[in-house]
Design a protein around this ligand. Sequence first.
Ligand code: NAI
Length: 332
Amino acid sequence: MKITFFNSKVYDQQFFQSENSHYGHQLNFMEVPLNEHTAVLGKGGEAVCVFVNDTVNAQVLQQLAAAGVKLIALRCAGFNNVDLQTAAKLGIKVVRVPAYSPYAVAEHTLALILTLNRKTHRAYNRVREGNFALHGLVGFDLHGRTAGLIGLGKIGLVTARILKGLGCRVLAYDIRESEEARAAGIEFTSLENLYRQSDIVSLHCPLTPQTFHLINEASIAKMKDGVMLINTSRGAIIDTKAVIDGLKTEKIKYLGLDVYEEEGDLFFEDLSDKVIKDDVFMRLLSFNNVLITGHQAFFTTDALESIAHITLQNITDFEQGKALENEVLPDK
Ligand code: NAI
């Protein structure tokens, strides 16, 4: 099947081309994002393959349908950027990659925690300049500290196991409590208690109307003084301005982010020769106890291989008229 890829980067081309040797699809890589101006480029192919920041709204879907597109294959887990109702009305199927590597994201979470705590990012620069002074680099033992995880699904559970391995006490809050997690020694508790007791709060729940700005002025006030806050989930779970206030009062002593609520205008692009106009983001960058990565927690070879494999299998299943295991359907 001919597949038009939008927003494709060198690494997408590399991993999809390699995996496609098992499938034999015709891959057409576009660097432009999918939106109202570019949808016409989908013409001539039955499938388009898109990523987290592509626009798949009603207008785009109508253009894709007119161009003969029958399948939207998301090469990611989230599908908040797709108008599923309109896709269904137009007879366009939507498939995604629900899970590829929880280890990739959990291990990146650990990288943020360890770097912020032991300040290896600052030590690296100091030593390169011949500055071997230790002031300002003091950390704390993770062993014996309490970590509170909000959302204990696939990624949360792997993160919890890693933290248990370091000797942390792990508390969790989830709308569904799992026996598997309990058996691993994780203590489910209320959000209030998690905020009150945790030295580290790490977010692993999806972005939903219930979790939008879950971390806000009121919830930050309930946290321990000097808390470490980590978000590798979705940017808008945090009210960024409230977090900046928490950093200013030193209520929050460490902040690690892989996601940001306005990341669509920034992440995945090289803007190093541009002026960044987002003042909130620039304020975050000005704190020496804030570490931001550009939505790279998923970015391991294992995850990329898995994403390419599952996406191409989804497309092959569609082509062969098989049941679509990873289809995303609109809410009824
Ligand atoms: P999952 O679906 O396995 O787990 C999510 C958990 O959150 C579930 O246990 C669910 O019950 C819980 N949850 C839902 N609503 C909640 C609420 N209101 N309060 C507390 N818990 C709630 O998902 P998985 O694979 O663990 O991924 C978690 C999130 O990580 C994704 O939704 C996505 O936003 C993010 N992610 C980030 C990546 C990155 O590169 N930074 C890559 C992949 C996922």
